[in-house]
Structures are given as structure tokens and as C-alpha cells.
Design a protein around this ligand. Structure first.
Ligand code: ADP
Length: 311
């Protein structure tokens, strides 16, 4: 469905994407994962025909993007990193406008709008101006735009960037729902995002693919441990803190300072945040911070490179 052969992009002398190869089959939800500057957007812009590759070929449904960019665009729904929406337009009119641009037959336009509005959860805001929408609804409008012409392939550049945690969950659910019928490629620099949404992950770093495979296999050992950072003010000594917070399989590290910084690592478990929070609530500690740390891509890259060296 999507095939990339020796795809390369130079910006002047700078090599941003270095002869990458992959194939994505119909029905897959694939995450393109890498730190900022890895070459994700550049790759996506080449796939969607917005940038011309310096070298290499891209085929979408066996059709070359280089030879037939317009035809290929009709197969693809694309959301760039920040969707260029028209703020003064009402959602309904905007979707009608993009449906026309995407050559949806005139007599099918209102049916398609109703379908995408329902699918993307836009019913409540359909007569509001885009400029008045929250970031989450704007992103939903971007998704509705992307699927208005019923494309087989969805390509999403950092689809949850800038959203709050609730909006992130909603958009991820929506992407998974859309992925039941479509091939999806999304880019992200967050491990847990790809883990939550994608069955396969392609990991890219400095323009090179460093790993490609089943998400749970590749991320095993990185995403099955949770790390929590807690900052408190207390006169309790470290032994007492350790005893109060100790749980099965947990490792606890305490850094001294004006506030005590406690780092707890433990095997992933449902509702563990609540268990920790309840333990803290029963003390007289003053809580300054309590957050879950995102697993670092840097550690994953270190591990992947070590595996390379070992054979
Ligand atoms: P990502 O999406 O993974 O953050 P990008 O594809 O945006 O990465 O960028 C890859 C590299 O190419 C970065 O080092 C970036 O600075 C550089 N780059 C991106 N776009 C341009 C451009 N238009 N001109 C020059 N360099 C660029």
C-alpha cells in the first residue's frame, strides 16, 4: 500500500533523510517514532507529495508519487503538524469547502459532512467558527478534513501535539477507530503515544531507520516500567519515606534538597497512580509535584545501538 525505496532528502548539504526503506500494508497502524529533528516531517511531506525527494521512490497503491502526485493525493488524508484551518469559517462550511476541493461529488457532499461530523465527534461545534474551537476540537476538525473524501490512507504528523491529557486520549481513540478501516501512518516523538495507538513502529534517528517491528516487541522493557517523580516538603527521614512508599517490585531513590525529590520505578500496573497518591494523602507531607515521567527515546536508542554491536 505504501512502499518507500531508498528515500533520501538533502536540504542543501544537510542530509535529513538517508536512503530509508519500508513497506506498509493495508490496515496497519504504524508509528514513525523519533526525537525532534529525526526526519519524520520531512519523510511525511515526501510521502504526501509536498516535498520532492532528492533520491528514491515512493509508491502509494503501486502508483509513483513522483509520476502522479495528484492521483496519489486522492488516496491520502493528511494532517500536517499544525493544521492550517480557516479561523473565520464555520466548521460545516469549512468541511463543505474541503469536500469540493477533494472532488467529492456535489450530491454526496452533505452526506459526507454528516458522516465525518458524527465520526469525529463534531456534532456540538458544527455551527461554530473554527477560531472559537478548543485545540482538541480543532484537531478533530483536521481529522474530519483528512477523511472527507474517504481516503484509504491517513497520514498524521504529530496528531496530539499541543493537546491536554484528556484531548490526547480522545484523539488516540479516534485514530484507533479510524484505523479499523484505513491504513494509518502517524509520527510522534513520544514512546507512550506510539505504544497506545500503533501495532507497528518504525524508529528513525538522524534520518536513518534504526528499528522497525511489532510495537510491543520493540518497546518491551521500556514501556513496562513506570517512573514517578514526587517532590515533597517533610521532616520525615528517608527510611520512613521509603517504608511508607514501598510496594512490590518498586525501586525508590530520594534526592535531597529544599524539597525531597522521590523517584519511584515499578512494573506497570493499572491505577498505580491512585495507590501512590493515597499513600501520600495519609501523611502530613506537603506535596509540590507528582508526575509520571515519559520514557526517554534516548535510552531506547542506546539500547538499540547496543543490540547492533552485539550482533
Ligand atoms: P522531525 O519531524 O523528526 O522533527 P524534520 O523532518 O522536521 O524532523 O527535520 C529533520 C532535519 O532537517 C532537522 O535537522 C531540521 O532542522 C532539518 N530541516 C527540516 N526542514 C528544513 C528546511 N526546510 N530547510 C533546512 N533544513 C530543514
Amino acid at each position: 500500500m505504501i512502499e518507500v525505496k531508498n528515500l533520501t532528502k538533502y536540504y542543501g548539504d544537510f542530509l535529513a533523510v538517508n536512503s530509508i526503506n519500508f513497506k506498509i500494508n493495508k490496515g496497519e497502524i504504524v508509528g514513525l517514532l523519533g526525537p525532534n529533528g529525526a526526519g519524520k516531517s520531512t519523510t511525511i511531506r515526501m510521502l504526501t507529495g509536498f516535498y520532492t525527494p532528492t533520491q528514491g521512490e515512493i509508491y502509494i497503491n503501486d502508483i509513483s508519487v513522483r509520476d502522479n502526485p495528484i492521483k496519489v493525493k486522492s488516496f491520502i488524508g493528511y494532517i500536517p503538524e499544525s493544521s492550517p484551518l480557516y479561523n473565520d469559517m464555520v466548521v460545516y462550511d469549512y468541511l463543505g469547502f474541503v469536500a469540493k476541493i477533494q472532488n467529492v461529488p456535489i450530491d454526496k457532499i452533505s452526506e459526507r459532512i454528516d458522516f465525518v461530523v458524527e465520526k469525529c465527534g463534531l456534532v456540538e461545534v458544527v455551527y461554530k467558527k473554527i477560531g472559537e474551537l478548543s485545540k482538541g476540537y480543532r484537531q478533530r476538525t483536521g481529522l474530519a478534513h483528512a477523511i472527507i473524501h474517504n481516503p484509504q490512507i491517513l497520514i498524521l504528523d504529530e496528531p496530539t501535539s499541543g493537546l491536554d491529557p484528556n484531548q490526547i486520549i480522545e484523539i488516540r481513540e479516534l485514530i484507533k477507530e479510524l484505523g479499523k478501516e484505513k491504513t494509518v501512518l502517524l509520527s510522534s516523538h513520544i514512546l507512550s503515544e506510539v505504544e497506545a495507538t500503533c501495532s507497528r513502529v518504525i524508529i528513525i534517528n538522524r534520518g536513518n531507520i534504526v528499528a522497525d517491528g511489532d510495537t510491543s516487541e520493540l518497546l518491551k522493557g521500556f514501556t513496562d516500567i513506570d517512573r514517578f517523580i514526587i517532590k515533597i516538603k517533610t521532616s520525615d527521614n528517608n527510611d520512613k519515606i521509603q517504608n511508607l512508599l514501598m510496594m512490590n517490585g518498586a525501586k525508590i531513590l530520594i534526592n535531597e534538597g529544599e524539597l525531597k525529590e522521590i523517584i519511584i520505578s515499578l512494573p506497570k500496573k493499572e491505577n498505580i497512580e491512585e495507590v501512590i497518591y493515597k499513600k501520600i494523602k495519609d501523611t502530613d507531607w506537603i506535596l509540590y509535584e507528582f508526575r509520571k515521567e515519559e520514557q526517554s527515546l534516548e535510552n531506547l536508542f542506546k539500547e538499540l545501538t547496543m543490540e547492533d554491536k552485539n550482533g
